[in-house]
Write a protein that binds this ligand. Structure first.
Ligand code: PEP
Length: 273
């Protein structure tokens, strides 16, 4: 089968999800080191897009630290609503106003700890698109679902409410990002095997191709997330349907995050181990 990347190139992306970590001092040190590392290593052109998603209270400070840097800023969640009586919530427009270009949606921690349904996530995706934010929508199965061989069924169920939005959206589909994050690989130190990752990524792209169209399928970026590290990133990023990574723990250390980003330009041969 011809890899989609050969049909239409997609810009690779490495996104850091800080989750609920960090203080202003921590952000200053970490973002300063990442920013300076990027400037020193890539004076002309980056090997892809680099995105940092800190917690909401740190967004404004991080945005200031990233002034004149090619590094992009994103959020970790939004409300489905535009404004109004929703105490404690943050709207897509607010993130856009703070300089965010993207937002992570449907992370498994939001799905499990905050009871976010596929339908709610689809409404948040619609809110993000309306505010010109790129949605980074996470999909993934639990260990039990994988052991029961339900992985593709779960991915199809999570993906299905998103497809009408993808079909209807006026923006270029390259502004969409999906992230395959097997729940059992998140924060566990146990990343999925290359063949498991490629199977799910190719399945996602095939679903989009069949239900939305070949051009859009070839333009959507699909990230892998789940215990990506400097040691495994190059092998994962070399897979034909992987367009970069969503990084949790390793995004909290400048050297790890920069090494993972550098792996975009050093793809390796896929091993069977
Ligand atoms: C995540 O939470 O999105 C994630 C991928 O975490 P980690 O890299 O720590 O597994």
């Amino acid at each position: 089968m011809t890899p989609w990347r050969d049909v239409m190139p997609r810009q690779a992306l490495v996104a850091g999800n800080w989750k609920m970590n960090g203080t202003t001092a921590f952000a200053r040190d970490l973002v300063g080191a990442i920013r300076d590392g990027v400037a020193a290593t890539y004076p002309d052109q980056l090997p892809g897009e680099l995105l940092i998603c800190p917690p909401h209270p740190l967004l404004q400070g991080v945005q200031a630290l990233l002034a004149n840097s090619p590094i992009l800023l994103g959020g970790q969640n939004i409300s489905e609503h535009k404004s109004g009586p929703h105490t404690g919530e943050v709207s897509a427009d607010m993130l856009h106003d703070l300089g965010c270009r993207a937002v992570i949606l449907g992370h498994s921690e939001r799905r499990s700890l905050h009871q976010e349904s596929d339908a709610l996530i689809a409404r948040k995706v619609a809110a993000a698109l309306q505010a010109q934010l790129t949605p980074i929508v996470c999909l993934g199965e639990s260990l039990q679902q994988r052991q029961n061989q339900q992985t593709l069924e779960i991915i199809e169920k999570q993906l299905s409410p998103l497809l009408p939005l993808l079909r209807a959206q006026p923006q270029p589909p390259s502004s969409w990002v999906l992230a395959y994050e097997p729940i059992w690989a998140i924060g566990s130190g146990l990343h999925a095997q290359p063949e498991q990752i490629q199977e799910v990524h190719a399945f996602i792209r095939q679903q989009i191709q069949q239900q939305v169209g070949a051009t859009i399928a070839s333009q959507c970026r699909i990230l892998y997330g789940g215990s990506v590290s400097p040691g495994n990133a190059a092998e994962i990023f070399a897979l034909p349907d992987v367009d970069g990574g969503l990084i949790g723990g390793a995004s909290l250390k400048a050297d790890s995050f920069l090494s993972i980003f550098a792996a975009l330009s050093t793809p390796q041969t896929i091993s069977n181990s």
